[in-house]
Design a binder for this molecule. Structure first.
Ligand SMILES: [Zn+2]
Length: 98
């Protein structure tokens, strides 16, 4: 368990201690407001990012991080961030009743 991080949806008083260093989180209750498409994108981009992280770690351990790996990692990270902000705005809009 880590320091509590509050749900990023305004007016929501829930939060989590599950993550060590997350900038913002969406609690389980607000997560339900997000569309299936956005959640599917979230899972897909997160899996891609995690795969890149594993590859990067492996190359890092062998001191052979390839420039292509870095490039792909940045692209995966960017895609993930984009999907995350979409999830966030969907949850915030749903909570605001838009
Ligand atoms: Zn919430």
């Amino acid at each position: 368990m880590f320091a509590r991080i509050n749900c990023c949806v305004p007016g929501c008083r829930r939060g989590t201690r599950k993550f060590e260093n997350a900038d913002d989180v969406i609690c389980g209750k607000c997560w339900r407001f997000i569309s299936k498409a956005a959640k599917a994108d979230y899972r897909r981009t997160r899996a891609a990012l995690e795969a890149m992280e594993r590859q990067g770690d492996a190359e890092d351990a062998a001191c052979t991080v390839m420039p292509e790996t870095l490039q792909k990692y940045h692209a995966a990270h960017e895609a993930f961030c984009e999907v995350w902000s979409r999830c966030k705005s969907e949850a915030i809009e749903a909570a605001a009743g838009i």
